[in-house]
Design a protein around this ligand. Sequence first.
Ligand code: ADP
Ligand code: ASP
Ligand code: MG
Length: 440
Amino acid sequence: MSLTVCKFGGSSLADGNNIQRVADIVENDPGRRFVVVSAPGKRYSGDIKVTDLLYECYKECGQKGNCSESFAKIRKRFRSIVEELGMETFDIGSILDETEKQIEKNKSADFAASRGEYLNARIVAAKLGRTFVDAKDIIFFDANGQFDEKKSYPLIAEALADCQGAVIPGFYGTDINGKIKTFSRGGSDISGSIIARAVNADLYENWTDVSGFLACDPRIVNNPQKIETISFKELRELSYMGANVLHADSIFPVRKGDIPIKIKNTFRPEDAGTLILPSKKYVKSGNIVTGIAGKKDFTVIYLEKSMMNSEIGFARKVLSVLEKDGICFEHMPSGIDTLSLVIESRYFSESTLEELIEQLKEAVKPDYIHALENIALVATVGHGMASNIGTSARLFNALSEANINIRMIDQGSSEINIIVGIDNADYERCVRAIYREFFE
Ligand code: ADP
Ligand code: ASP
Ligand code: MG
């Protein structure tokens, strides 16, 4: 029998009725032995995710020394879940009392945020009659705050070896000081991938609220085409660039174990979903473009200096300034006398951008330096792009016809992506124009 690790996202676990669906899906296939869960997500648009409510609890503790007001909302959410599931004998009251005390005592945002997954996993484990295995005992971070695979994998394998079935909370683990630490937002996808790799699963199923990885964000294009199969490489490009159906870092653990991922819809389990394959198992689809994704809010710093290309160490000096200030850059397109740095705007308040420009002036004495703010990046990704002549012409033509001003272009050396920088205000129109050109 094949072994499957399945991860259910917050959108699949928002209330008791949805959790009942999840239980049915798990029980429908005996291969689904290990289940990773997120915290309850939004029940309707405008609702608040449990994780966000928990960050509120942490804030309230900082202000008042307790979180009674915010925690009341958490209490209500979980009580109604247990009620909807008809779990009268499950003593959620005591677990909630204990959790509230621990949040107040721990004074840690990560600890507070992790409790959504913890509480949900306790409930799902009881519902399924499976062992609850706490992520704090099996997932560890190293001194740099990175996932510690050497320590974690053997512990996970050992903890799950004799379990016929287990439920594990996603999103968190333990740091080197023994404190709870979370991954970044959406990180339960990473936990699921780690568990799949540790038990050497045949498949990592990621259950969410859409019937697969779509060619672009369904909130921008109505009912976009579904991607049948996609390679790990394409997935990495698309998820990093904002297709947040799967956390961009969730690919690494399964990639090392050559374990395919399947995206499935909890609300339409009969739909085929999307199969994400290691590059060596991936067979190219006939499509030129596989998908489109993007993100807003970048700043482009443009530097010009005559004979820049013959000035040894120019780029190093520029990058040293960023390194000293602890700033990561996303792209660095360059020409003979020009170089641009594309940086997430979250690094800058107004004064820090000016300071950075002053430091760059001092370091490399450019003839001209200028910052463009409010830039969005849109990536068009596909293995078919490298071998199809005229793909970029079609893309730029489509943008020109839609009257969109391109501020920056970067083509990855793998030739499976072209990234354009445009004004934030043009973002949605840009995604639609590219989608129309290649998919309609
Ligand atoms: P979960 O709660 O299951 O983790 P997420 O909200 O993290 O779910 O991810 C699913 C959502 O991702 C979808 O509801 C959809 O709105 C959004 N999304 C953005 N880009 C894409 C894409 N290319 N394909 C599918 N979904 C996408
Ligand atoms: N609950 C966490 C979040 O909202 C992690 C996750 O859902 O994957 O970010
Ligand atoms: Mg998610």
